[in-house]
Every structure is written in C-alpha cells, then in structure tokens.
Design a protein around this ligand. Structure first.
Ligand SMILES: NC(=O)c1ccc[n+]([C@@H]2O[C@H](COP(=O)([O-])OP(=O)(O)OC[C@H]3O[C@@H](n4cnc5c(N)ncnc54)[C@H](O)[C@@H]3O)[C@@H](O)[C@H]2O)c1
Length: 289
C-alpha cells in the first residue's frame, strides 16, 4: 500500500505500547486512525493524545476475545468511520513463569487474546478488506514465534499460531485472486513497552525502541513487505534453527541467553516498582547480580 494518506487504519490494542506508536506513524502519513482496546481509560487518554497532535482518530472499546464485542466494533466503525483499509492485529498479553506456576487460566487467556482474538478480528473484517480497492492485513507476532521460549511457553506457542495463521491467510487470498490485500507479519524480539518488564534481551540483540519498530512496521506496509524480523539477529534465528543440529542450536541459544531471557520476567504493572520501565539488557542484569 504505497499511499496511506486518507486510508482508515484499525489497530487493536492501540491504547498503549507498540499499537499506540504505530497509530502515530500511520497518522504521520495522513492516515485516519481507529484504535480499539479493552482498556477504556487508556483508550480515552490515547485518543486525546492523538487528537491533540492533530490526528483524525476514533477510539472504541473492544474485547477481541468476545465475538459479540467485535461485531459491535464493526457496526460502530461502519456507522461512524467508514470501511477500513488496514487492520493491524496487535492486541496481546503474556504471563511468564515456570509452566505449572502460571495458572491454567492465564495460559488459556494467552491463547484467547493472542490467537482466538486475532482469528476472530480477521474473520470479522477480512471481507471488508477484500472489498476495498487495496488493503493490508498486519499481524504482530513475535521472534518467539519460531523458537521455544522457556518461562513463556504459552506466549511463544500463541505466536507460532499467529505466524501459521498469517501465512495461511496470505496464501489463501493469493489463491483466490485477492492479491490487492497485502500482508505483513511482524516478529520482533523484546520491545521497551513494559509488557516484558524484567525479561533480559539475549546477547547480540538490543531492546527495540517502540517508536523505531513502529516506523519499520509502517514502512513495511508502504512497501508491501511480508515479513519484519527485528533486530538483525532475529533474521538469522530461523535459518540457524533449521540448519544446525538441534543440540548445537540449543547450546548456542543458551550461550546467547535466549533460553533464559524470560527467567526474571515480571511484566506490565511491575515497571512502576523499579527505576527502569524497559526490559533489562543482559549486561545490566549481570552487573546487578
Ligand atoms: N513488548 C514486547 O517486547 C513484544 C515483543 C514481541 C511482540 N510483541 C507483541 O506486540 C503486541 C503489542 O505489545 P505491547 O508491548 O505494545 O503490549 P502492551 O501491553 O503495551 O499493549 C497491548 C494492548 O493490548 C490491549 N489488550 C489486551 N487484551 C485485549 C483484549 N482482550 N481486547 C482488546 N485489547 C486488548 C491492552 O489493553 C494493551 O493496550 C502484542 O501482540 C505483543 O505480543 C511485544
């Protein structure tokens, strides 16, 4: 989608974090923004902040795990905004910790938001996108979508599902002759939004700045780029995983600290208790120990 000016962009989980940053970057290109989020208070703040920047913005509360809530969102958008051209499936949650120490409810919630919610949003809006002259579907997956993530097993596997779903829908739409609906699947390592507070970035990776990653995503949409893997080491990860014998890959992942990166995860809400609002770098964390 080379021209975003005047396009309507719907971002789930747009009230904060990378969703909010993407709203700013899409708006910089002249797009009309629709943010949808379960958190009504933050939604109001985000909407006010975007409006103060001169952005044409609407905000609607939605729970992506609830099909009735999504149906109501779709009806409100149709009545008050008009048909969307870009859907960014961004809303997500994580619950870190040893597998049996995380409640089954939290594991299930991870799949409900990250997978079922994303599938339900796509199910509700895909025909609207196909009906547009040009459209774009963005899925925010994760670098953990093609590796195992100790202490984040349900999160990582939810993102494996997002990648499999995104690739399948892309191929299906192409087969059906809907090449005008473009696709971008985003696989970032840790981003400094607070969602992964306490997690440690593996060696040779940096914690991504939300605004910088948001810029890369919007640039990818403009260029119809199918995959965004950030930072650089993430581009190598699937290649190394497929080429190396598993035992050697596991050893390398351990040396880089990829397998222990979630060991000290505390998550969103815990960042107020410390000075840092971002995940720790491995060097910082080693110095603290
Ligand atoms: N932060 C990272 O390090 C990181 C890394 C890789 C991928 N991601 C992915 O990026 C996306 C955004 O992450 P973030 O760091 O900005 O997180 P965030 O916590 O800052 O924002 C997520 C937003 O989703 C909303 N949300 C949660 N459940 C919802 C529901 N049921 N319905 C509607 N909205 C809901 C929240 O209210 C919140 O505003 C997520 O899909 C996440 O998995 C994040």
């Amino acid at each position: 989608m080379s021209r975003l000016e005047g396009k309507r962009v719907l971002i789930t989980g747009g009230a904060q974090g990378i969703g909010f940053e993407m709203a700013i970057k899409f708006a910089d290109r002249g797009a009309q923004i629709v943010i949808a989020d379960i958190d009504d208070e933050r939604l109001g703040q985000a909407k006010a902040e975007l409006a103060a920047r001169g952005v044409v913005v609407s905000g609607f509360q939605v729970d992506v795990t609830n099909p009735a809530s999504i149906a109501s969102l779709r009806a409100q958008i149709a009545a008050e905004v008009g048909p969307i051209d870009v859907l960014v499936n961004n809303a997500g949650v994580v619950f870190g910790g040893p597998f049996t120490k995380v409640s089954l409810d939290d594991h299930f919630k991870t799949y409900e938001v990250n997978v079922l919610g994303l599938v339900a949003m796509t199910h509700a809006f895909l025909d609207d996108l196909v009906a547009r002259p040009e459209a774009h579907l963005v899925h925010i997956a994760s670098a953990s979508g093609f590796i195992g993530l100790p202490y984040g097993s349900s999160y990582a596997s939810s993102k494996w599902a997002v990648i499999g779903f995104g690739e399948s829908i892309r191929a299906e739409l192409n087969l059906e002759g809907h090449e005008h609906v473009h696709h971008t699947i985003v696989c970032p390592s840790y981003i400094g939004t607070g969602m992964f507070h306490g997690a440690e970035a593996p060696k040779a990776t940096n914690i991504l700045e939300p605004a910088e990653l948001a810029e890369k995503v919007v640039h990818a949409v403009e260029r119809n780029k199918i995959h965004v893997l950030e930072p650089f080491m993430v581009k190598l990860t699937p290649i190394l995983r497929d080429l190396l014998p598993t035992a050697l890959y596991d050893r390398m992942a351990h040396l880089f600290g990829a397998d222990t990166s979630m060991a000290h995860w505390t998550g969103r809400g815990s960042e107020e208790q410390t000075d840092e609002s971002q995940p720790a770098t491995r060097d910082q964390s080693e110095a603290e120990r």
